[in-house]
Design a protein around this ligand. Structure first.
Ligand code: FES
Ligand code: FES
Length: 174
């Protein structure tokens, strides 16, 4: 067993983990972070996306034992994040989810996309979301939701609040 200390959703935690335990299984089974979904478990579908040290990452292909000192955020920890709040609204308005399986990871990836200072285009959003697979294939609504959130967040005053929780407010800082 390996002892690790890391920060999860802003709180320092200590744990003992098997050397081969994936970060995704650690988060789901030991830390009850059930927004972390498991699809392919091979780094392909994006369902297990989390924020690791300020960057989005696939937790199924990371080993928990290698993450001593890491800073991890899951969607549970981003509940009060202002960018996630906007995305939650636009996903609802634009019908950006069906079964919801891909949604937590889509929200985390979308948060990164809308934090970019660049003007969003449909093609750019589709490309940025390419690593997140929606098995319900509801991409049109998801893309509309991200574009709509991007527009909303570019309104005066919105940008300052965006990303405040984890300090990942611009793509450049990732
Ligand atoms: S479950 Fe991690 S990328 Fe598919
Ligand atoms: S909404 Fe069902 S997998 Fe995307």
């Amino acid at each position: 067993m390996v002892n690790i200390t890391l920060t999860l959703n802003g709180k320092k935690i200590q744990a003992e983990v098997e050397p081969r335990l994936s970060l995704a299984d650690f988060l789901r089974e030991q830390q009850r972070q059930h927004s972390v979904h498991l699809g392919c478990e091979h780094g392909v579908c994006g369902a297990c996306t989390i924020v690791m040290n300020g960057q989005i990452a696939r937790s199924c292909i990371a080993l928990a034992a290698a993450l001593d000192g890491a800073d991890i955020w899951t969607l549970e920890g981003l509940d009060a994040d202002p960018t996630i709040a906007v995305l939650r609204d636009t996903f609802h308005e634009q019908h950006g989810l069906q079964c919801g399986f891909c949604t937590p990871a889509m929200l985390i990836t979308a948060r990164e996309i809308v934090s970019s200072k660049a003007e969003l285009t449909e093609a750019g959003v589709r490309e940025a979301l390419a690593g997140n697979i929606c098995r319900c294939t509801g991409y049109a609504g998801i893309v509309r939701a991200v574009l709509s959130a991007g527009e909303r967040l570019r309104q005066p005053g919105a940008a300052a609040a965006a990303g405040a929780t984890t300090g990942t407010q611009s793509r450049g800082s990732h």
